[in-house]
Design a protein around this ligand. Structure first.
Ligand SMILES: [Zn+2]
Length: 170
């Protein structure tokens, strides 16, 4: 067998993708309200991080593989699980307006879809970890808090600045 002759070098080849995975993921900028990705993200010291496309959202950054696209439904939440931003897509999906949603607890808008987690523990835990910037992407099946019968996949990861949790809904 080939593997018997080549031994460890063959094993190293097999593990190569893990090294690629460990490399820092590229960051992309996006608007917290419309999801537009500015061609030139503002410098961290810039006085204005307001989105040029909609004039409502702030420009945040997240890993490219988890960042929302323009029009996506997503929320930004802080460490206390309070809503910091609700995208235009999420306003439509959750039948809520951002000014009314800001500072509300995550479970005022989203609930776990599975009945065995009525208190929202796993969703809340995932949001809390992401808001601390632990770099792990988690998924959870949720429903709008005000609607039964709708199941959404929530992809929970980190964004900032300031460090916050990003919840993208499909
Ligand atoms: Zn915008």
């Amino acid at each position: 067998m080939t593997t018997a002759r080549t031994g460890r070098p063959a094993l190293r080849l097999l593990t190569a993708p893990e090294y690629e995975h460990a490399a820092p993921a590229p960051l992309v900028a996006f608007c917290s309200h419309c999801g537009a990705r500015p061609a030139h993200p503002p410098a961290p010291a810039s006085s204005s991080r307001v989105c040029a496309a909609c004039g409502l959202g702030l420009i945040l950054e997240s890993r490219a593989d988890v960042a929302p696209k323009a029009g996506d439904a997503f929320l930004v939440l802080d460490r206390s699980l309070a809503v910091c931003a609700l995208s235009r897509g999420a306003e439509r999906l959750l039948a809520a307006l951002e000014p009314n949603a800001v500072n509300r607890h995550v479970t005022d808008l989203l609930m776990p879809a599975d009945a065995e987690e009525p208190d929202g523990t796993s969703l809340s835990t995932a949001v809390a970890w992401a808001a601390r910037g632990d770099g792990v992407t988690r998924t959870s099946v949720v429903r709008p808090a005000n609607t039964f019968g709708i199941r959404l996949t929530a992809r929970i990861s980190s964004c900032g600045p300031p460090r916050a949790a990003l919840v993208v809904l499909d």
